[in-house]
Design a binder for this molecule. Structure first.
Ligand code: FAD
Length: 309
C-alpha cells in the first residue's frame, strides 16, 4: 500500500510542473474543484472569505498564488500585488498576515532582485505592523530562502519568518541555528518531491522528525506555527503544551483553506490560536496539484466535480 501511495504522490507531483496539464486545468477554471482549496481569483473574494474566518476566531495568512517565475518583470508585478494586498488587509482590518514564495519574487532567475523584492514587501508590512512568511519551496531553494530571512533579521527586520520542513535531513541543524537567532518559524512535513539523499522517504520517519522539531521549538519559547492537519500530531501537541505549561500565546496551529475546517473551528473554540492559509489568484494550478497529491480521496472529489459540471 505504501508503494502505491508513493507512486501516486510522485506521479501527481510531476504533474505540478507540467505545462500541458496546467493549460488543460486552467481552461476548466476553478470549476475543476480547485475552489475547494483556493479562495477565489481576486483579492476581494479572498478578503470576504477571511472575514468569515476572523468571525470564527481564526486568523489568516494570505497568499497570492504564483511561483517559478521566469521573467523579472513578472516577479516585480507580484511584488506590486503584495503591496496592494497589504493595503487591502489594513483597510479591511482583517486579522491576517501574508505568505509568499521566493521563486515568485524571482529567486530562480535573479537572487539579488528577489531579495530586494522581498525586502520591499517586508518593509511595507513593517510600516503596517504586519508580518511576512516566506514559504519554503523545493530543496534547490532552501539555503537561499533561509539566508534571505537571516539577512533581513540582521538588518533589523524582525517581522519576517520562514518555513522548515520535517522531511529534510538538514532540518534539525536549521532549527537550532534559526532558534538561536529567534526567527519565527512555521513547521511543516514538506510538500515537494525530494531525492532520497536529502529527505526521509518513509512517513513514519517524517512524523518522528516533525515531533522532534515541534518539541524543540515549543521548548525554545520562540513563536512557532505548527502547520498540519494530522490529528495525531495535533493531539500530541495539545498534551505536550499542557504538560510543559507552554503559554498558548507562544504558538499557533495552522491549516490550509478548505481542509479540516471543522477542526480549525474546534481548536479556535478551545482557546488555541489558529491561522488559516488562504491562497487566491489565477496561478492556482501547482498549488492545487500538491493538495491532490497529499490525499488520493481529493482526486475522487475532483472527478465527481468534473462529472457534475
Ligand atoms: P498528512 O499526514 O499528509 O495528513 C494528515 C491528514 O490530514 C490526512 O489523513 C487527511 O485527513 C488530512 N489532509 C492532509 N492533506 C490533505 C489534503 N490536501 N486534502 C484533504 N485532507 C488532507 N509545505 C511546504 O513544503 N512548504 C510550505 O511553505 C508549506 N506551507 C504550509 C502551510 C500550512 C498552513 C500548511 C497546513 C501546510 C503547508 N505545507 C507546506 C504543506 C505541508 O508540508 C504538507 O504537505 C501538508 O500539510 C500535508 O501534511 P499534513 O501535515 O497535513 O499531514
Amino acid at each position: 500500500l505504501e508503494f502505491a501511495d508513493k507512486l501516486f504522490r510522485s506521479a501527481l507531483l510531476s504533474l505540478a510542473g507540467n505545462r500541458a496539464a496546467e493549460a488543460f486545468a486552467l481552461k476548466y477554471g476553478l470549476r475543476l474543484g480547485a475552489h475547494k482549496f483556493v479562495a477565489g481569483e481576486t483579492l476581494t473574494e479572498a478578503l470576504e472569505k477571511i472575514q468569515r474566518l476572523n468571525d470564527k476566531g481564526i486568523a489568516a495568512t494570505l497568499d497570492h498564488l504564483g511561483e517559478g517565475v521566469t521573467r523579472i518583470s513578472e516577479a516585480d508585478s507580484f511584488r506590486e500585488e503584495y503591496s496592494r494586498l497589504l493595503i487591502g488587509i489594513r483597510e479591511s482590518k482583517a486579522d491576517c498576515n501574508v505568505s509568499l514564495k521566493p521563486t515568485q519574487m524571482g529567486l530562480a532567475i535573479d537572487p539579488g532582485r528577489a531579495y530586494d523584492n522581498i525586502k520591499q514587501i517586508v518593509k511595507e508590512a513593517r510600516s503596517m505592523r504586519n508580518f511576512v512568511r516566506i514559504d519554503m519551496e523545493d530543496s534547490a531553494y532552501t539555503d537561499d530562502t533561509i539566508n534571505i530571512v537571516r539577512r533581513l533579521h540582521a538588518e533589523g527586520y524582525l517581522n519576517v519568518g520562514t518555513v522548515i520542513q520535517a522531511y529534510l535531513f538538514r532540518t534539525e541543524k536549521d532549527i537550532r541555528r534559526l532558534s538561536l537567532e529567534k526567527v519565527n518559524l512555521r513547521l511543516v512535513k514538506g510538500a515537494y518531491k525530494e531525492p532520497k539523499t536529502l529527505a526521509f522517504a518513509r512517513m513514519e520517519d517524517v512524523n518522528a522528525n516533525f515531533r522532534e522539531i515541534i518539541a524543540a521549538r515549543l521548548r525554545s519559547g520562540i513563536y512557532t506555527g505548527v502547520a498540519t492537519h494530522d490529528e495525531a500530531i495535533i493531539d500530541w501537541v495539545k498534551s505536550f503544551v499542557k504538560e510543559q505549561t507552554t503559554p498558548y500565546s507562544s504558538f499557533e496551529f495552522q491549516m490550509l483553506y478548505g481542509i479540516r475546517t471543522q477542526l480549525q473551528e474546534t481548536l479556535a473554540k478551545e482557546g488555541y490560536r489558529v491561522r488559516c492559509y488562504v491562497p487566491y489568484g489565477r496561478m492556482w494550478y501547482p498549488y492545487f496539484v500538491r493538495r491532490l497529491a497529499e490525499r488520493p480521496a481529493n482526486v475522487l472529489f475532483i472527478l465527481k466535480n468534473m462529472i457534475k459540471h
